[in-house]
Write a new protein. Sequence first.
Length: 575
Amino acid sequence: MSHSNEGKEATKLTSFVSSNFIRDIMLEDIKNNKNGGKIHTRFPPEPNGYLHIGHLMALVADFGLAEEFGGLCNLRFDDTNPEAEEQEYVDKIIEDIHWMGYDYEDRLYFASDYFQQLYEFAEQLILDGKAFVCDLTFDEMREYRGTLTEPGKESPYRNRSKEESLDLFRRMRLGEFPEGTHTLRAIIDMKSGNLNMRDPVIYRIKYAPHHRTGTDWPIYPMYDYQHPLSDAIEGITHSMCSLEYADHNELYQWFINNVKWQKHPDDPIPIQYEWSRLNVTGTVMSKRRLRRLVEEGYVDSWDDPRMPTMCGLRRRGYTPASLKDFIGRVGISRSPKIVDAALLEHCIREELNSTAHRTMAVLRPLKITLTNYPEGQTEYLEIENNPEDPCAGDRSVPFSRELYIEQEDFMENPPRKFFRLRPGGEIRLKGAYIIRCDEVVKDEEGNVVELLCSYDPETKSGSPQAGRRVRGTSHWVSAQHAATATVKLYDHLFTKDNPEDAEEGKDFTDYVNPESLEVLENCKIEPRLAEAQPGERFQFLRQGYFYVDHVDFAEGKLVFNRTVGLRDTWARMNR
C-alpha cells in the first residue's frame, strides 16, 4: 500500500466518535444554520520546522472534523517570519499531510498571498483612527506596556495625526527606515487587563528575504494581526488553536470587528476556539530544541526515527491509522494533557498485531549444525503468516542441515527456569522439529561459535507423530537460504519523561539516551524478507514489529527499523 493510500484508508476509519466541546459547538452551529450550516476550518502551520506529534491534534481535528461534517479544510502556511522559514519546510509539511491521507484539494494558501490586502487593511485602520506609527524601540515599548498588576502608559506617538502616520507607514513600505525605528501599532487600551490589548504591534520593519516574495516587502505583519484576517479572507468559520493563544482571543476578535474585510454582509465571521495542546512523555515539542538535536548531532536528521516529527514517526513504522487512533483516544478538551508515550505505542502495536505478517529474523546469529540431518537436503515447512488473521494464509520456509538461532537462546551454564537450549537440552524450532544440543564448538578465545545438534524426525510440527513436548521454542533461519540485512533497534530518545524540566545546571540534552539506537549489521532473515518493499511492516517473532525503511531503501539499502517491541505496558496498565 502506498503511503498516500495508507492515509486515505485510515481516514475512512477515523472520526471523533466520542463527544468533545469543539464537535458539540459545530453540531450546535449546524443545527442553528449558523454560517448557512457550513463548517470551514484551516490547518495553519508556520514553515519554520517539521511537523511533530504536538501538531497532530490540530492536524487530525482541523481536517477530521471538517470531513466529518461535510465541510472544507484549508492548508495555510503562516509565513510572516522570513528569517526562520524555508521552502524545505513547506515541502515536508505538505508531504506529511498527504501521507496522513488529508486532501486540501485546491485550497493551498500562504499568509504571504495576502500581504497586499493586509497592508491595505492597515492603512484603513490608520484612517479610521485605530492605528498609529510608533517610534519607540521594542525595549521602550516593553517598559511602557506595564505589568499584570500595573496599567501601561500610552506611547508619546499615539496621538500622531492620521496623515503623519499614514505617510510614515507608506515610507516604511518603501524601505526608507532602518529596522527597529518604526512600528505600526493598533490603538486599543493601554489599561486593559489583557496585555495583548495594550496597543499591540501590527507591522515591524524587517529586511530579510522571504522564501516566496523575495525582497518585495521590507515590512511584515505580526501573527496576531495576520492570522484572524487571513481566516476572514478565506471564509473560515471555526479557527482552532491551542490554549496558549487563549489570551489572544480578545485581540483576534478585535481585528475581526474593526477591520473592514467583509465583501458581503453574509460572509462567515470566524471565531477562535482553543484546546489543550498535546504533550507526550519522553519528547520535546519545541522546534528550536528539535533543531538543536539535529544540528548538534544527537540525531541524524529531522526524520530520524527517534524524533517525534511526523516524518520520524513514519520512518519508525507508525501508520496514519495508528496516529489518528491515538488522537481519538486522547480526545479534545481544555484540560492540560501529558500523555504517556506507552499509549502511542499501544495504538500501533494493536494495529500491527492484526495486520503484520509474522516472520523469522535472527538478529544475533549463532550457527547450528544438525549432524543427523541429510547433507544437501532442503525441505519446505508451512508456517502461518498471522494467527490473528484467518485470511493471511501460510508461507513456505526452507529448512536445512545448517541453521541460525539467536545467541541468547543458548546458555552453557543457564540459571534455573531457562527454557532455551543448553548442553544436553532440547528445544522446539518454530514450525519445525525438536532438536538436542550434543556438542558446543568454541574458538581459541573460548567463545561459542557453533552448536552441534541432532534433530528428532518424529517431532515435525503439525504431523500426527509430533508427540512429545518441550518447554522452549526458538525461531530460526536456514543458513543456506538466509539473507543478510541491517536492523536498527530504537529506544526512547530521552531518559527523562519531561526532558525540558531540567535540573539546575543541566540542559535538556543531558537527558538524551546514549542507548537510543543499536545498529545490527549481520542479521539473518527469512529469504522472503530479502524481497521486502519499502513501507512494509512485519512482526519478527519474539523481537517486535519492524518497518522497511523507505528512505534507506531509496538509497539501495535494506534496513528494518524496529517500531515497537511486543510488550504492551499500556494494555497491562489499563486492564
